[in-house]
Design a protein around this ligand. Structure first.
Ligand SMILES: [Zn+2]
Length: 501
């Protein structure tokens, strides 16, 4: 069979399959018998040459659900920008919290407010009083006044309405919830739940399993190491936390995902102690370089106390002594035009998180064309946190199509109730991505990972092999390339009416 004949056959099959019908399916089966499936498979050309054309037709003719299932099944590279604390879906959080009973942890959540505290309290602490569904572990609960204890219920005793409200409290699922809800309540609500390193390690593995099912091969997750406590409320040292993560990642259910993992630590950039934290965590990453690869900087950029150049002297000092710490730093996740991306490159970052306002800095944009610095794009996050009001405002296609390296990532998917496929789905729907662009995004996410070159070469080889295999499946049986197990969550259901099917 000639390639052109195969292509036109694929096109015919696709159109027929997409229009459905048992009669047509039977016809197609007969066609395959007639030409010999083995012949068709053997003649499959490299995907970058031929699947690209097929994909253009597919996009036009497929239903939204078919496109979603296709993108779910499609092999993917790495997720280079995700915060573990924000990546835990509410339902996972609930189950993980109860499962921690095995280790002696028991969690309580505030279901009502009894006005137990007098006038004049600080409403802007990490643990604000006037907030429902803040979570504490038993050792914290026991130290509360009897009045405040009355406000809490053990998680396992929530009734159906309370449980639903608890689950919803940890995600942005209302029209009025946006940036302020995210920055001012989500992290505060998690409270003690996220000071349990065993829960964090289990959540990491859940993400590996879930992302692995979407075809992801690599995760570079920002994860906490400071302030963790055991079931009695005693501190667990950051070095012991690293061992807890290491041990968990050696378990069969983690290894079985086939997803490679490295970790980053992050400093809260506007904190008064940010420089001290940076020094500590830089040293920490260096000492645990088998697992930890980079330091990041997080926190809302419209708080000027965290401006990038604040850290230049500290980083220059650290670079005199350390030789194995990388930097990926949030920058340009802000509304105003400014030079945060340029300044962050000066800090030594090899990757920029978000980069939404890079579009307002033409000199830096021009310098970034052709690499080597990558912008980690988070389409769902940027919409829900109102850095764009709709995707026509997003600079992603401009970066992608002017040769600035970009990759798609999930940021805080637990709070968006989304997954990595959603990022690709949004990108294809809003920006008409081609097959070659989809491949480029995944390849970028591997080549810009903070991994040794040999490991990156291994992942790229595995990605290409998977992609070739996927392309062969498309050529042989287009509908067979749509994932039957595709799983969508709240974001894609609310925005695109693609609900559980
Ligand atoms: Zn982020």
């Amino acid at each position: 069979m000639r390639f052109t004949a195969i292509q036109s056959l694929i096109s015919v099959i696709t159109r027929l399959l997409l229009s459905g019908g048992l009669f047509r399916l039977l016809n197609i089966a007969l066609m395959f018998v007639a030409i010999g499936v083995g012949t068709a498979r053997a003649a499959v050309p490299p995907p970058s040459d031929n699947i690209a054309g097929w994909f253009e037709t597919f996009k036009r003719q497929a239903s939204d659900e078919e496109l979603y299932r296709f993108l779910y099944a499609m092999p993917k590279g790495g997720d280079l920008h995700n915060h573990l604390s924000g990546s835990i879906r509410s339902e996972w959080f609930f189950d993980l919290a109860l499962a921690q009973g095995e280790r002696g942890y028991r969690y309580y959540t505030r279901v009502k407010i009894n006005n137990c505290r007098p006038f004049g309290g600080n409403a802007f602490t990490q643990n604000p009083y006037l907030m429902l569904f803040t979570n504490v572990q038993e050792s914290t609960y026991e130290a509360l006044s009897s009045c405040e204890k009355e406000e809490y219920l053990p998680l396992e005793e929530l009734n159906a309405d309370e449980k639903t409200a608890w689950l919803d409290s940890l995600r942005l699922d209302k029209a009025y919830e946006g940036r302020d809800e995210f920055f001012q309540t989500h992290w505060q609500r998690m409270g003690d739940l996220y000071l349990n390193p065993y829960l964090a390690a289990d959540a990491l593995v859940l993400n590996m399993q879930s992302f692995g099912a979407e075809g992801l091969m690599y995760m570079e997750s920002m994860i906490g190491v400071l302030g963790f406590i055991d079931a009695q409320g005693q501190q667990i040292s950051p070095d012991d936390v690293a061992d807890i993560y290491r041990d968990r990642l050696r378990d069969d259910d983690a290894l079985g995902t086939g997803v490679e993992v490295r970790l980053q630590v992050a400093i809260l950039r506007f904190s008064p102690t940010a420089e001290d934290n940076l020094r500590y965590l830089y040293d920490y990453v260096s000492r645990h370089s088998d697992l930890f690869v980079a330091v990041n900087m997080v926190g809302r950029e419209d708080n000027d106390k965290g401006y990038p150049l604040r850290f230049l002297d500290t980083l220059r000092d650290l670079r005199r002594s350390y030789n194995n710490v990388r930097l990926s730093i949030h920058a340009g996740e802000v509304d105003e035009p400014n030079s945060h991306v340029r300044d962050t490159l000066l800090l030594g970052a090899d990757r920029i998180g978000h980069g939404v306002n890079l579009i307002s800095d033409p000199d830096t944009m021009r310098l970034m064309r052709g690499g080597p610095y990558l912008v980690e794009i988070n389409l769902v996050s940027n919409l829900l946190l109102q850095y764009v009001s709709d995707y026509s405002e997003h600079p992603f296609p401009e970066y992608l199509r002017t040769g600035i390296p970009v990759a798609l990532s999930t940021d805080d998917r637990g709070m968006w109730d989304s997954n990595l496929t959603d990022e690709f789905y949004v990108a294809v729907k809003a920006f008409n991505l081609s097959w070659d662009e989809l491949l480029l995004l995944s390849r970028n996410s591997i080549t810009h990972a903070f991994l040794p070159e040999t490991k990156k070469a291994e992942l790229i080889a595995r990605f290409e092999a998977r992609t070739d295999d996927f392309a062969r499946q498309i050529a042989a049986r287009p509908l067979g390339a749509l994932s039957p197990e595709a799983l969508s969550y709240g974001f894609i259901c609310d925005r695109y009416q693609l609900c559980k099917w």
